[in-house]
Design a protein around this ligand. Structure first.
Ligand SMILES: [Zn+2]
Length: 368
C-alpha cells in the first residue's frame, strides 16, 4: 500500500483497491492501521468522486513525518548524516569535517547512537540506519571487507551499530558510491535515469552503477571499485599498485597537480574548489583530465550508461572536466553518454543511505 502511494501519489481507498487487487474492506483495514501508525494521512478531499452520490472519496497520502530512515556517510575527513522521513522529506542534514585520523568503527557506532537518540528526543522513530563507507562491503554478511582509506579491515559494523540500539532499528552497511548512485537516479540531476554511472571524487575515487533502475552489485557486491582500474603508468596508489585511476585523479593527484596542500579539516569539495580557482587550473589539471577521460571512456564502453554523473570533488572542477570528458566520449566507438554534475554535493551518499534505510518498509520486508 505504501509503495503504491509512493509511486502513484495520493489515492482514494477505491483507487488503492483497484491498483492492488485487494478488496475495499481489506484496503480500509490496512489504511486505518497505517493512519494510526502515522504513516498515512488523509489528503484534502477532491470533488472528483461522485459528487452528491454517497461519501466523497477522500484520498490518502504518505505522511510518516515521525518515521525516519537515517543515513550516515563515513569518509576519511568528514561524516555526513541525513534523516529522511517516510515520504522522503529531509528532516536532518549535518556534515562534520574532522581533521586527523578517520573515525574508528566504534566511533561510528557512537555517532549513530547519538543521532538515533537525538531523533527520538525530537519525537521521531528511526526505522532503519544505513552506513555508507568508501570500500568493499559484503552487504549480505554486513561486513566492511576492506576500506583502505579508513584503515578498516573485515569489520562487523552492524554488530557495533546494534549495541545500545533497539533491535527494531534495522541496520545495514553499503558502499558510499552505491548509495550516492541510488540518490542520483532518484532525486539528483539525473533523476529518473535508469542507466547511469556515478563517479565520486573524495580522497579516493569510486563508482556506483545503476542499471535498469537497480544498483549493479556484481557477484560479491564489489562492483564499482574502478578507482583501482589502471589508467596510467605513474602514481603510487594506497592499494600498493601504480597507475590506479584514484592515484591519478583523487585528492592526492589534485594536490600534486595544483601544488596546493589540503588544509586540516578541509573537505574534498572545498579543496577542489580552491584548485579550480587557480588561474592556470586548466593547464595544471591536464593530467587529471587525461586520467578521467581514460577511466570514463572504459566505463562507458563497458556499461553503456545514458548519463555519467560526476560528484564530490569533481563538481567544482566541472568547468575543466566536463568539456574534456565530452570530447573523449564523443569519440567513443559507441557514441557519447551525457556528462552531468551532481547537485547533491556531499549529501548524495547519506541521502542514498537514508533511502536504503527505508527500503525494507517499502519492499514489504518489515511491517510498521
Ligand atoms: Zn589502487
Amino acid at each position: 500500500m505504501l509503495r503504491l502511494l509512493r509511486d502513484h501519489g495520493p489515492a482514494s481507498r477505491a483507487d488503492l483497491a483497484r491498483l492492488s487487487g485487494l478488496s475495499k474492506a481489506t484496503v480500509g483495514t490496512i489504511v486505518t492501521g497505517l493512519q494510526a501508525r502515522g504513516a498515512l494521512a488523509e489528503a484534502a478531499a477532491t470533488a472528483t468522486a461522485a459528487a452528491g452520490r454517497g461519501r466523497p472519496s477522500v484520498p490518502v497520502a504518505i505522511d510518516g513525518a515521525a518515521l525516519v530512515g537515517l543515513g550516515i556517510e563515513v569518509n576519511v575527513d568528514y561524516t555526513a548524516v541525513t534523516a529522511l522521513d517516510l515520504a522522503g522529506r529531509e528532516r536532518w542534514f549535518e556534515e562534520v569535517a574532522h581533521a586527523g585520523a578517520p573515525l574508528s568503527p566504534q566511533q561510528v557506532g557512537d555517532l549513530a547512537r547519538r543521532h538515533v537518540v537525538r531523533l527520538e528526543e525530537q519525537g521521531s522513530e528511526v526505522l532503519g540506519l544505513t552506513v555508507a563507507v568508501p570500500g568493499l562491503v559484503d552487504r549480505e554478511a554486513g561486513r566492511v571487507v576492506r576500506a583502505p582509506n579508513l584503515g578498516w579491515t573485515d569489520v562487523d559494523l552492524p554488530a557495533l551499530l546494534h549495541q545500545g540500539l533497539s533491535p527494531a532499528v534495522a541496520v545495514a552497511v553499503d558502499n558510499d558510491a552505491n548509495c550516492a548512485a541510488r540518490a542520483e537516479s532518484l532525486r539528483g540531476v539525473a533523476a529518473g535515469t535508469r542507466d547511469l554511472v556515478y563517479l565520486t571524487g573524495t580522497v579516493g575515487l569510486g563508482a556506483g552503477v545503476v542499471s535498469r533502475g537497480a544498483v549493479l552489485r556484481g557477484s560479491r557486491g564489489f562492483a564499482g571499485e574502478v578507482g583501482h582500474l589502471r589508467v596510467g603508468s605513474a602514481g603510487r596508489c594506497g592499494c600498493g599498485r601504480t597507475g590506479c585511476w584514484e592515484a591519478l585523479a583523487g585528492q592526492r593527484a589534485l594536490a600534486a597537480a595544483s601544488g596546493l596542500e589540503v588544509a586540516p579539516g578541509e573537505d574534498p569539495v572545498a579543496f577542489a574548489s580552491r584548485v579550480a580557482a587557480l588561474p592556470d587550473a586548466p593547464r595544471r589539471l591536464r593530467p587529471v583530465c587525461e586520467a578521467m577521460s581514460r577511466g570514463v571512456l572504459a566505463l562507458t564502453l563497458g556499461l553503456d550508461p545514458a548519463v555519467v554523473v560526476l560528484g564530490g570533488s569533481f563538481v567544482p572542477l566541472g568547468a575543466v572536466l566536463v568539456p574534456a570528458l565530452e570530447e573523449a566520449l564523443n569519440g567513443a566507438f559507441t557514441g557519447g553518454a551525457a556528462v552531468a554534475l551532481s547537485t547533491l554535493g556531499l549529501h548524495a551518499a547519506s541521502v542514498g543511505a537514508a533511502l536504503d534505510a527505508l527500503d525494507d518498509v517499502y519492499a514489504g520486508r518489515r511491517g510498521l
